[in-house]
Design a protein around this ligand. Structure first.
Ligand code: DON
Length: 331
């Protein structure tokens, strides 16, 4: 049974928090029946509709995991945050912002309409497909392997292992993604792309097909919460300015045309993907009373049943509940 308001002052042992989170995952799992597993990429249809899991990693080793935590899934649109970060590290923030804007669209992630109707000088933002495909074209390298190597190296440094490309999902998307090809060719025609169109699209399809777990995404979220720095080794994986820019984009554009509602009701930077993952970042917060994860944490949920915007139905509800209970909102 889901709890009402809790006085977190009364003790915050890991075991106690774990029991709450287990309770909330069980409660919110029923909302998986309200969504649908993505099917426009045939290989994604194999996901289990009723899966729901969460991983939360705090600054000093505190870790809460609950539900379907060990499922591997493809990162999909969450890769857009990482490719933008790597492109900023390679090309510089000023150059990237000259080529891709930072404005929310209010449109679906794969919308083409606004590109032509608004006669844009640059795509709206790096977290919708048009912006992300432009960013993929701006990664350094001649081939998709060369372009993705620094992204994989960054993930390897943060995670301690190098993620694989799920070849079944990659091939499934490459064979079926006529809309992304249409977006890519429109970007080519308007002069936005900086690399060969086929290499650009191949890079985009491969980055979406990287295999991760919620622990991987929560760890990346933790690094972003700490402005790009590993809280234990103090190594700066991502420059502070780039990490902060990525969080601003996640907050304003990360949940597509549901970003406003997510900011209003959950209030932390996040990014979703059509395989059902959501990465969320809770920066350190100052309050008058002790609350869980006050130094900040990275969180990730997996729940492949999606709503009409392409976001995990149960995952969003679970994050909203936790954000309310633990007063996570940055506002
Ligand atoms: O562009 C596509 O179709 C996918 N590979 C990625 C889309 C995605 O994850 C959108 N997320 N909600």
């Amino acid at each position: 049974m889901v709890q009402g308001a809790v006085n977190w002052n009364t003790g915050m042992s890991q075991k106690w928090l774990q029991e709450y989170v287990d309770d909330w995952v069980s409660f919110y799992r029923k909302h998986t029946s309200e969504g649908e597993v993505a099917s426009y990429i045939p290989a994604l249809k194999e996901a289990k509709q009723d899966h729901l899991g969460i991983s939360i990693i705090g600054m000093h080793g505190m870790k809460i995991r609950s539900g379907d935590v060990d499922v591997k899934f493809t990162i999909q649109s969450i890769s857009k945050v990482l490719s933008f970060i790597v492109a900023c590290m390679e090309r510089g923030v000023a150059y990237m912002l000259d080529k891709v804007d930072v404005e929310p669209t209010g449109e679906a992630f794969n919308s083409i309409m606004h590109l032509e109707m608004k006669q844009l000088k640059k795509p709206f933002n790096p977290l919708v497909n048009a912006g992300a495909i432009t960013v993929s074209s701006m990664l350094c390298g001649e081939t998709s392997e060369e372009k993705l190597d620094p992204l994989l190296t960054l993930m390897e440094k943060i995670l301690g292992h190098r993620p694989n490309i799920n070849l079944e999902v990659y091939e499934s998307e490459r064979e079926t993604s006529t809309r992304n090809k249409a977006i890519g060719y429109y970007l080519l025609e308007t002069g936005f792309l900086e690399s060969d169109i086929e290499v650009t699209l191949d890079t985009y399809f491969k980055q979406c097909s990287l295999e991760v777990t919620i622990d991987d995404l929560a760890r990346i979220g933790l690094i972003l919460a700490n402005d790009g720095k590993d809280p234990d080794s103090e190594e700066h994986f991502i420059p502070r300015q780039v990490a902060r820019l990525a969080k601003a984009l996640m907050l304003t554009c990360g949940m597509y045309d549901a970003s406003g509602k997510f900011a209003a009701y959950v209030g932390i930077p996040a990014k979703s993907g059509v395989s059902g993952g959501i990465i969320a970042v809770s920066p350190p917060r100052v309050r008058n009373e002790p609350l869980p994860f006050m130094d900040g944490c990275g969180m990730a949920v997996y729940g492949p049943a999606l709503d009409s915007k392409g976001n995990s139905t149960a995952g969003i509800r679970l994050l909203r509940h936790i954000a309310t209970q633990w007063d996570l909102s940055i506002f």
